[in-house]
Ligand binder design. Sequence first.
Ligand SMILES: [Zn+2]
Length: 106
Amino acid sequence: MRITCPNCHALYEVPATELSRPRRLRCGACGHGWAYAPAAAEAPSGPDKTMRLAQETSRPPARPVPAFWLVLLAVLLALGLLVLERQAVMRLIPASGRVFRALGLG
Ligand SMILES: [Zn+2]
């Protein structure tokens, strides 16, 4: 964790375990002493920020692709083509004539 001296702005890299509770710190450069509290610490990547980031990235896209409706549309188009081109289908697959006649399309 990075700590800045409030007096001379000297930067110190301090293990986070050393700063888990409030304590007195003394700057090695200017001798200034100050009270350190974890909540008031400078934390460029504190838990608040990272949590908000995680929530933003885990949010699903605004409008997911309606795959079900696309599949249904494709099936309906294929069936429509089969009915419209039933003469060709019956020539290729003679047995399909029975199906079309059963549906009243023969
Ligand atoms: Zn200092």
